[in-house]
Design a protein around this ligand. Structure first.
Ligand code: AMP
Length: 272
């Protein structure tokens, strides 16, 4: 992959890159469509990165279907699919990680303390291998996008980072490979994440500025469903991710909820 990227770059071809963990859905395809517009060559990676999963998380059961993924990427006119093996990215003796100081102490980083270290490390490695001019990420994983943008600035990667809006199912559920874990009877509970964001958006537009009041309404909506367990609901500064008490400008509302065994996340920018 590195040799191929070098050849492309020496021929003055620009490379757009979409990293994924596979089991592709319309959200991933939206990133690829954006990438197709932004590079001569569109490269994607499919790699379920072990270093971002903690003990007891779903590394082994994470959904995989390479055949189906390849059919989908062919339709998106992807030029390269990079599918490294685990031992190729993490050989024996591996010990170098990329870690951010502050963003991982917020939101998902509290219940998943090693997650962003794994993400920042693997994305750095993929950037060094694929050598993209531009890389595309989803706003569905808002904190991840913030981490990547910050890392690229802090470490002077010469790569433009693009965020693409969240793609949703017809009923509003944010698309995710992990949605395949949901049982049909868990669907209404899964939808309560987006419902609570929409309700929050309405309250904010109506002039409610007390963040706790909005969060309490969201908690109520989610708790009407059985088998939900709230990890966090936060209204915070979209740049620093620090909690906000009084809404005076655009804020990020982000939440993570376990529905049965499936951990779901979603977010929205609320504008008063
Ligand atoms: P994943 O395969 O889940 O690691 O995701 C790969 C990329 O796709 C990440 O940049 C995600 O933010 C993005 N992504 C995942 N789901 C969605 C979605 N529903 N809408 C937009 N982007 C998404």
């Amino acid at each position: 992959m590195q040799a191929y990227a070098n050849r492309l770059l020496s021929r003055k071809k620009s490379i757009a890159f979409v990293p994924t963990m596979g089991f592709l859905h319309e959200g991933h395809l939206a990133l690829m469509k954006e990438g197709r517009k932004r590079g001569d060559i569109l490269a994607i990676s499919i790699f379920v990165n072990p270093t971002q999963f903690a003990e007891g998380e779903d590394l082994d059961s994470y959904p995989r279907d390479m055949e189906r993924d390849f059919d989908l990427v062919r339709k998106e006119k992807v030029d390269v699919v990079f599918t490294p093996e685990r031992k190729c990215l993490y050989e024996d003796g591996f010990q170098t990680y990329v870690n951010l100081e502050r963003f991982p102490k917020h939101l998902c980083g509290i219940s998943r303390p090693i997650f962003f270290k794994g993400v920042a490390t693997v994305v750095t490695k993929l950037f060094n291998i694929v050598k993209p001019n531009v890389a595309i990420f989803g706003q569905k994983d808002y904190q991840q996008l913030a981490v990547i943008k910050r890392m690229v600035r802090d470490l002077n990667f010469d790569i433009e980072i693009i965020g693409v809006p969240t793609v949703r199912e017809h009923d509003g559920l944010a698309m995710s490979s992990r949605n395949s874990y949901l049982k049909p009877e868990e669907r209404p509970a899964a939808l309560s994440l987006f419902e609570s964001l929409q309700k929050a958006e309405r309250l904010c537009k109506e002039g409610v500025t007390d963040a706790d009041r909005i969060i309490n309404v969201a908690i109520e909506i989610i708790n009407t469903h059985k088998r939900t367990e709230i990890d966090y609901i936060s209204i915070c500064d979209p740049d620093t991710l620090d909690d906000i008490k009084t809404i005076e400008g655009p804020v990020l509302m982000a939440l993570a909820v376990k529905v049965g065994k499936t951990r779901l996340i979603d977010n929205m920018i609320l504008t008063p």
